[in-house]
Design a binder for this molecule. Structure first.
Ligand code: IPE
Ligand code: IPE
Ligand code: MG
Length: 233
């Protein structure tokens, strides 16, 4: 039997820099092209029946890059959220941002809070943007939240199980069914470690700015052929 459409899809949006170099541009223009691609791709993904889409937009490790590129990415996320807000509201898409607020500029935090607030009442479609995100850091931050509750006698150790841990992560999201990493790199680079324990992976060679609707359809086709066993037979 074929798999149906994945409920929760993750996209590690990689290859913007290489796309720019290939087209004789500076790296940052690859990020601009990637953001333009994301605008239409998000809307398309939800028309396919996917309920939750998580994208990796900026890792905690990406702060290692030149200040110029980091600043560009910070300004880009502000523009993206501010410009797309009305479309998300119109299409009733809840936008969440997962990640640490540490080291983020106040105008970036304001844009994050603005989009989350404007879309907070929607429930059917969830667009989760991992920004200043690290999978290990998320687990550490979650541990701290849980320990704090236990110490305040608001939580009993015996009630800690996998579902409870999931609900204490940055956002209470379903497990990932399908993770796509563009650009041919065969690694996860710290993306949603907890949520991807039984996800199917797909690694197309396409660089993210070129990963369009047609490419997404091919990815869904690939997912439909996978046999998920979850440890069973
Ligand atoms: C992904 O593209 C976007 C971010 C990490 C912000 P890259 O910038 O990593 O592009 P490549 O891997 O250098 O081509
Ligand atoms: C992962 O890509 C992070 C994002 C796509 C935002 P990187 O390009 O930063 O990952 P590495 O360094 O190649 O592992
Ligand atoms: Mg990269």
């Amino acid at each position: 039997m074929e798999n149906s459409v994945p409920n929760h899809v993750g996209i590690i949006m990689d290859g913007n820099g290489r796309w720019a170099v290939k087209h004789g541009m500076i790296r940052s223009l690859g990020h601009k092209k990637g953001a333009d691609n994301l605008k239409s791709l998000v809307q398309y993904v939800f028309t396919k029946g996917v309920k939750c889409l998580s994208v990796y937009a900026f890792s905690t490790e990406n702060f290692k890059r030149d200040k110029e590129e980091v600043d560009y990415l910070m300004n880009l996320i502000i523009k993206f959220f501010n410009k797309e807000k009305s479309t998300f509201v119109k299409n009733k898409i809840k936008v969440l941002v997962s990640g640490s607020k540490d080291n983020l500029r106040s105008d970036v935090i304001a844009a994050i809070e603005g989009i989350e607030e404007a879309t907070k009442d929607f429930t059917d479609k969830v667009f989760n943007v991992c920004f200043n995100y690290g999978g290990r850091l998320e687990i550490v931050d979650t541990l701290k939240k849980i320990i704090d509750k236990v110490q305040n006698n608001e939580l009993d150790i015996s009630s800690i199980d996998e579902n409870l841990v999931s609900s204490y992560m940055y956002k209470d999201l379903p497990d990932l069914d399908f993770v796509i990493r563009t650009s041919g790199e065969l690694r996860t680079s710290n993306f949603m470690l907890w949520q991807s324990s039984y996800a199917e992976y797909y690694f197309p060679e396409t660089l993210f700015p070129d990963f369009d609707e047609k490419e997404f359809d091919i990815a869904l086709e690939e997912y439909s052929k996978r046999k998920r066993r979850f440890g069973g037979v």
